[in-house]
Design a protein around this ligand. Structure first.
Ligand SMILES: [Zn+2]
Length: 322
């Protein structure tokens, strides 16, 4: 009896020590696994962009050889992103920050940059890239309208909504990636060429579809699609906003109802984040249709990359062919 208890205790002890050994080995394995993962992750360049459309272009170029993340929720106003601390965490880890620029991020990015305190992505370093610097902006406004609260003080910042500007953006990004991650430079350049080739084919398609709707007369809510309109000769008669960022007064809405009839407006274009009421009101009063167009990747469920963004815009606008 005594012997049997002792034996049992030994067995239990052996079982316990075996269990603890297994646990120790498991723990060590997990540590090794984390270390391997971390080394692999650290090896890759961390690219953070302010908007999903930029991230989509970056992904076309880097594929899986860099980590790509973005800050803004594209279902909301790109001018007014909430600077949550979680966004500063993304910036803290970034090796390269790519912004749209032209004051689009002026209201929300600076406090996040302060919070992140990451020297690698400071203005003027290779880790900071402002795309707007490479484009001639339209709608440069004077000081008078700026004093009224215009949120396009440097001109219209939504230049990426012209499909002809996308290859240039891809070139600029590839050039910077090649400087920061030289070992993958050839890989990035190859992907750039493939992307530009595919884009060229798509543009031919879009151009063809848009040919039928030249001189379409429109209202839009915010001056989001002006570069697109300019590219395809769509005639913007007025905006639902009084000025960029300034909500419409009821008088302005009534003026637009009259103007819509007088100017033979064919469609009212709005976006996913402005209030729908002024648009549906004008539409009801005049019988003119309105459409909601995405201004960025992920702003609607059908748009998950830069190709789908223009596919959606073109397919919806071209349904208004005459
Ligand atoms: Zn704007």
């Amino acid at each position: 009896m005594h012997f049997s208890i002792k034996l049992n205790k030994e067995v239990i002890f052996m079982k316990k020590s075996f269990k603890s050994l297994v646990l120790k080995i498991l723990f060590l394995l997990i540590l090794v696994f984390i270390f391997v993962l971390k080394t692999e992750a650290d090896d890759k360049l961390n690219v953070v962009t302010t908007y999903p459309y930029i991230a989509s272009i970056v992904k076309e170029i880097v594929k899986d050889r860099a980590n790509v993340d973005y800050l803004a929720d594209s279902k909301l106003d790109p001018h007014h992103v909430v600077p949550k601390p979680s966004l500063a965490v993304k910036l803290r880890k970034a090796d390269l920050l790519i912004i749209n620029g032209a004051s689009l991020e002026i209201g929300w990015l600076p406090p996040l940059m302060d919070l992140a305190n990451n020297n690698k992505i400071n203005f003027g370093t290779n880790g900071f890239l402002d795309l707007s610097q490479y484009f001639d902006l339209i709608d440069k406004v004077d000081n008078v309208s700026r004093a009224k609260g215009d949120i396009h003080p440097d001109g219209n910042p939504h230049f990426y909504l012209d499909p002809y500007n996308i290859p240039k953006i891809a070139n600029i990004i590839t050039e910077r990636l090649s400087i920061l991650d030289n070992k993958n430079s050839n890989f990035y350049k190859d992907n750039l060429e493939k992307f530009k080739h595919k884009w060229e084919q798509k543009v031919k398609d879009w151009d063809k579809k848009m040919e039928n709707i030249k001189s379409l007369r429109v209202f839009e809510y915010h001056r989001l699609f002006d570069y697109f309109f300019k590219r395809y000769n769509i005639v913007l008669i007025d905006t639902i906003e009084a000025l960029p960022g300034i909500p419409p007064t009821s008088k302005h809405i009534e003026d637009l109802v009259k103007k819509a009839k007088d100017e033979k407006i064919e469609v009212i274009i709005t976006d996913v984040y402005h209030p729908i009421q002024p648009v549906s009101y004008i539409s009801e009063k005049t019988g003119i249709k309105f459409i909601i167009l995405p201004h960025d990747v992920y702003s609607i469920k059908e748009v998950n990359d830069i190709f789908e963004l223009f596919d959606y815009i073109v397919n919806n606008l071209s349904s208004f062919s005459k």
